[in-house]
Write a protein that binds this ligand. Structure first.
Ligand code: SF4
Length: 297
């Protein structure tokens, strides 16, 4: 489809030439809700962002938990998780120069401290549940589905547990240092997104959405219902329509809030005296809609 300004708005091509449609992910939908200009910087301009130690730690802890569940049930012990931590860090950081740049080298005392904080998160996980008593159906699962309105949803789910009775539980690990009060609304939005995607894919509303706050060593469980997910579907439709409208015109407005403190793009933001780059038009969506760092909040 092409709008009156001649901007392609509904299709992109992967490097192999196959068409890949733009999709809505919980992270990018959250960005647009928070600040349309932030959405543009991330999803359209794809401006680089510096990873934080907390984000990278979250990604590594998620990877450790994924590998833990790949072990035989009896071996899913705290010491095995701890033993997975440093190899996971070395392996993942080897592909990410920006991650290794967070530390001066393997002997940096800050690295030892950071690994210690990751160990505490893993210990927090074991306080919340015993992985020997679980057999997840999937970890780090990519889900993609299309709503009746044509909106394509795409996202990664940390873990799905399915009971012998068929009831589905969606689990999300929270590793960030942000207080729960700030992150909770965002986390529930993300969980409803996954619940809706699974409902559309499998025809079953997940029985439980479980957020596990590893730093706080607390979990929050939530039971969605069909009426609520239908309302949420309308919300996502409205967000996507607003994104497309902004995408046609390039009119992505800044929305200043206290969350600007965490925004990497103040130098380009008019709210902070900056000028955005020239609008490149609606993107060729060749990059993933979410990065591992998005999933590690
Ligand atoms: S600094 Fe604030 S207003 Fe500006 S783009 Fe970032 S989040 Fe939006």
């Amino acid at each position: 489809m092409t709008d009156t300004a001649g901007t392609s708005i509904d299709a992109g091509r992967t490097p192999t030439g196959t068409v890949r449609r733009p999709a809505l992910s919980p992270s990018r939908a959250g960005d647009f809700k928070q600040c349309p200009l932030l959405y543009r910087f991330r999803a359209v301009d794809r401006l680089p962002e510096k990873p934080t130690k907390a984000q990278v730690r979250g990604t590594v802890v998620h990877a450790v938990l994924e590998r833990l569940f790949a072990l035989p049930v009896d071996e899913r012990l705290p010491e095995r998780a701890e033993a997975l931590l440093e190899p996971c860090w070395r392996e993942l950081s080897a592909e990410q120069p920006a991650w290794t740049a967070l530390f001066t080298g393997p002997d940096d005392p800050a690295l030892a401290e950071w690994l210690g904080s990751a160990r505490r998160l893993l210990a927090g996980y074991f306080e919340l549940e015993d992985p020997r008593r679980l057999e997840p159906e999937a970890c780090e699962l990519l889900v993609e589905t299309e709503l009746d309105s044509g909106v394509l949803l795409r996202g990664y789910i940390d873990r799905i547990d399915v009971a012998p009775t068929g009831e589905i539980r969606v689990v999300d690990y929270k590793t960030g240092a942000a207080p729960r009060a700030i992150g909770e609304g965002k986390a529930l939005f993300q969980m409803k997104f996954y619940a809706l995607a699974l409902w559309r894919l499998r025809g079953v509303v997940p029985r439980q959405l479980r957020l596990m706050y590893l730093a706080d060593r607390q979990s929050l469980s939530y039971t969605p219902d069909e009426a609520e997910l239908r309302r949420f579907e309308r919300t996502l439709d409205a967000i996507w329509q607003a994104i497309l409208r902004a995408g046609r015109t390039g009119d992505f407005r800044p929305n200043r809030s206290r969350l600007c403190d965490w925004c990497d793009h103040q130098a380009f933001c008019p709210e902070f005296g900056g000028t955005p780059p020239t609008y490149p038009g609606w993107p060729e969506p060749i990059a993933p809609d979410e990065t591992p760092l998005d999933r590690a909040d």
